[in-house]
Design a protein around this ligand. Structure first.
Ligand code: AMP
Ligand code: GLY
Length: 419
């Protein structure tokens, strides 16, 4: 029986907290910083997810048997390295391996060395190089800030002029240091899907797929967001394609990273575009997605704590995961105005009646008053996950629950998993 410390406070971490607290291996769950809603599943500790010194001190004081890191920022900053040196078992990649998410240039160069299928790219530090690279694509290209930019550092340009403006903005410091280096990428087309894999430094194990919906409004209109909903399994990633991605992308990446003395240990999130010439890598993330965690973890029938331990111990080769055959659909309810400015504090009614046998409610940004009143406290506020025998049934379960929630200050997309 284990004492487990989970780092993070969002909807993804609520789903992780749910999976961890449901494990037969878990005795005590601590969450830093957690949230009011997560307090039902574990003891919340007032240390921020990016306060590495504070988290080390918390681990020293509490002596957890396992630390699980939810968000990318502390991974990229080296939290797992520091915990490991201090003698703790920590789930998530080292800072060196987390550069696959922290630096898009690093990820592209790694894929190029390992022979992984991806769009053409040029790494640029100045406008002259960027201008030439944009001209070479004919204008239909994608401009990306190298570093973490909270999902905002990517411009899919229609023509050379838009691309030049985006590149100039980034080089001028629009995203701070994250944009001091940028990539000009060949613009590829096709449906998108995400595949998740556990990687233990050597072996790899499929850990679910999902398709998210990044735009704010119905019909894929409006600004990009962190994700307004998702469906799992990803409808377009059939079993054959899934096996191909594991074999031609995940395995060579795991092998290459190990060969270059930065073995990847943790969960790898592979963002894919399914093009006419096969699946190509759009991006890697070094963690579960949000809301992908909320749509994938409810389908996992095996013990996720055991899987994380095997990942740390390097014994994934002996693990196989069982999955619920049903589909899952997650609908994100966000505060009106998100991803722009929005108000906090509006009252959400009926949430407690929405959850049920086939419906789970994960809180991304809420507060609970002393009298139990639930209030919005973020941009993305709730993730409502429905399970069903097919995508349509899962969708019905999710939206049926959304419709029980009375929140005039919020909105959601009505077309998640509709096509
Ligand atoms: P990223 O933050 O790298 O996932 O990029 C955000 C979005 O930009 C992706 O979900 C794609 O829709 C789009 N995108 C990124 N790279 C490319 C590319 N090379 N070609 C076409 N679209 C892209
Ligand atoms: N939903 C996209 C992400 O977590 O990166």
């Amino acid at each position: 029986m284990m004492k487990i410390l989970l780092i993070g406070s969002g909807g993804r971490e609520h789903a992780l907290a749910w999976a961890i607290s449901g494990s037969a291996l878990t005795e005590t769950l601590l969450i830093a910083p957690g949230s009011d809603a997560m307090a039902a599943l574990g003891r919340c500790m007032d240390v921020a997810a990016d306060d590495l010194d504070g988290l080390l001190a918390l681990a020293e004081a509490e002596q957890p048997d396992l630390v699980v890191v939810g968000p990318e920022a502390p991974l990229v900053a080296g939290l797992v390295d520091r915990l490991t040196v201090a003698g703790f078992a920590a789930f998530g990649p080292s800072a060196a391996a987390a550069r696959l998410e922290g630096s898009k240039a690093f990820a592209r160069e790694a894929c190029a060395r390992f022979g992984i299928h991806q769009p053409g790219f040029t790494i640029c530090h100045d406008m002259d190089t960027a201008r030439a690279a944009i001209a070479a694509t004919g204008g239909a290209c994608v401009i990306k800030a190298d570093g973490l930019a909270a999902g905002k550092g990517v411009v899919v340009a229609e023509d050379a002029e838009e691309a030049m403006t985006a590149a100039a903005d980034m080089l001028k410091g629009r995203f701070g240091d994250a944009g001091a280096t940028l990539l000009v990428e060949e613009r590829i087309t096709g449906p998108e899907a995400s595949l998740f894999a556990l990687v233990d430094g050597a072996d790899v194990l499929f850990m679910g797929s999902a398709q998210d919906h990044k735009r704010a409004y119905d019909g894929d209109k409006g600004p990009n967001t962190g994700g307004m909903g998702a469906v799992s399994p990803a409808p377009r990633l059939d079993v054959a394609l899934q096996a191909q991605v594991m074999e031609e992308i995940v395995s060579p990446l795991a092998r290459g990273m190990a060969d270059e003395a930065m073995p990847y240990r943790g969960i790898l999130y592979v963002g894919l575009m399914l093009t006419d010439t096969g699946a190509q890598v759009i991006e890697f993330n070094c963690r579960l997605g949000d809301p992908e965690a909320q749509v994938i973890l409810p389908r996992l029938r095996s013990d996720f704590v055991a899987a994380m331990l095997a990942t740390i111990e390097g014994t994934l080769g002996h693990v196989s995961l069982r999955w619920d055959e049903r589909s899952a659909v997650t609908v994100v309810m966000a505060a009106k105005g998100y991803p722009g400015s929005y108000e906090k504090g509006s009252v959400i009614a009926g949430a407690e009646t929405a959850a049920g046998d086939d419906v789970m409610l994960f809180h991304a940004g809420t507060k609970i008053d002393a009298d139990g009143t639930l209030r919005a406290h973020g941009g993305r506020v709730l993730a409502v996950t429905g399970l069903g025998r097919d995508v349509g049934a899962a969708r019905g379960a999710a939206y049926g629950a959304v419709d029980k929630i009375g929140w005039p200050g919020g909105f959601c997309r009505r077309d998640i998993a509709a096509e």
